[in-house]
Design a binder for this molecule. Structure first.
Ligand SMILES: [Zn+2]
Length: 274
C-alpha cells in the first residue's frame, strides 16, 4: 500500500512510503522497547518494520533496512503513527478498531465491537480506513511567530545577555524527539512535551541554534511561552495525522457525544498479535 508521506533524508525529499506488514523480528524489536518502557521507540521499531521502501516522485527508492531505519528517525511522529496503523492493517487485513466507552448521559457502557447477534454479524467498530488522514504537506521545518514574545535570561561570563524570543522554527517532532523528551522529563512527566519540542527546535528569531543552546534554553522557551501561543502550537501539531474524532450514539438512551478513537491502542493491539 502506498501512502503520500514526505520524508526528508540526505537532502532529498521522498514523497511516497510503501507499507508492508512487519516480520516476527520487527515485532520482537518493538516488544523489546515496550519491555524497556519506551512506547515511542517501540512504535519506531514497528514503523521501521512496516516500510517496504520509500520513493521519490521521480522513481528513486530506498529499501535497505539501515536506510529505512534512518528515515524513520527523521519522520514526523504523526506520519509514523499513520505508517504504524496501516502496517497493522497489512498484518491482519482488518481495519476494525474495538473500543468501549461510558455514555455521559445514562452512564451505561457501550461496546464498539463486532458481534454475532442471532446469526447476524453486527459491526459497531470504528474503521481506520474510514477515518480521514491529513498528511504532513512537506518535511520542511515550519516557522512559528510568537504572538507574545518571551525573554530568556542568559548568564554569560561577561554578565547577563537576555534574549527576546519573537519567533521560532521547528521540525515536526519525530518519535526519537519524543523518546528523548520523555526520558529527559522522567522526574517531571508533565513537561515531556516541552522537552520534545525543544529537541525539534531549529532556530530562534531566524538564527539556527546549537545543540548546547537547545539543551540549556530549548525547554525554557516552551515553559515560558504564554498559554495562547502554546495552544496555537498544539493546534499546529494536531493539524496533521489521523482524524480520530468520532460521534457516538448510546445504544441504551440514544444520547450522542464526541470522542477520540484510540489509534495508538490499535497499533499496540497489533504488537500483542491480536
Ligand atoms: Zn446513554
Amino acid at each position: 500500500m502506498l501512502l503520500p508521506i514526505p520524508i526528508r533524508l540526505d537532502g532529498k525529499v521522498y514523497d511516497v512510503v510503501d507499507i508492508k506488514q512487519p516480520t516476527a523480528r520487527d515485532v520482537a524489536n518493538a516488544r523489546m522497547e515496550v519491555d524497556r518502557g519506551d512506547a515511542h521507540l517501540a512504535m519506531m521499531e514497528w514503523a521501521i518494520g512496516c516500510v517496504r521502501e520509500i520513493q521519490t516522485l521521480t522513481g528513486e527508492a530506498i529499501s535497505e533496512l539501515k536506510d529505512i531505519r534512518r528515515a524513520m528517525r527523521v519522520c514526523p511522529y504523526q506520519s509514523a503513527i499513520i505508517i504504524s496503523a496501516y502496517g497493522r492493517v497489512e498484518m491482519t487485513k482488518d481495519d476494525g478498531i474495538e473500543s468501549s466507552s461510558k455514555c455521559p448521559k445514562c452512564g451505561r457502557k457501550n461496546i464498539f465491537s463486532q458481534r454475532d447477534i442471532d446469526g447476524e454479524i453486527v459491526d459497531r467498530r470504528d474503521h481506520l480506513k474510514s477515518l480521514g488522514v491529513i498528511y504532513v504537506q512537506n518535511a520542511e521545518p515550519f516557522d512559528f511567530p510568537l504572538e507574545y514574545p518571551i525573554t530568556i535570561i542568559r548568564e554569560t561570563k561577561d554578565g547577563r545577555d537576555d534574549l527576546e524570543v519573537q519567533s521560532i522554527t521547528m521540525n515536526w517532532p519525530t518519535l526519537a524527539d519524543c523518546s528523548k523528551g520523555y526520558a529527559s522529563a522522567k522526574a517531571e512527566p508533565a513537561f515531556a512535551e516541552n522537552y520534545t519540542y525543544a529537541n525539534a527546535l531549529v532556530s530562534v528569531n531566524g538564527e539556527e541554534v546549537s545543540a548546547s543552546f537547545k539543551a540549556t534554553y530549548g525547554r525554557l522557551i516552551f515553559d515560558k511561552m504564554l498559554a495562547s501561543d502554546v495552544m496555537r502550537l498544539s493546534d499546529k501539531m494536531l493539524s496533521v495525522g489521523i482524524e480520530s474524532n468520532v460521534t457516538r450514539v448510546c445504544e441504551h438512551c440514544g444520547d450522542s457525544w464526541d470522542e477520540q478513537v484510540n489509534v495508538m491502542g490499535f497499533f499496540a493491539s497489533g504488537l500483542r498479535g491480536k
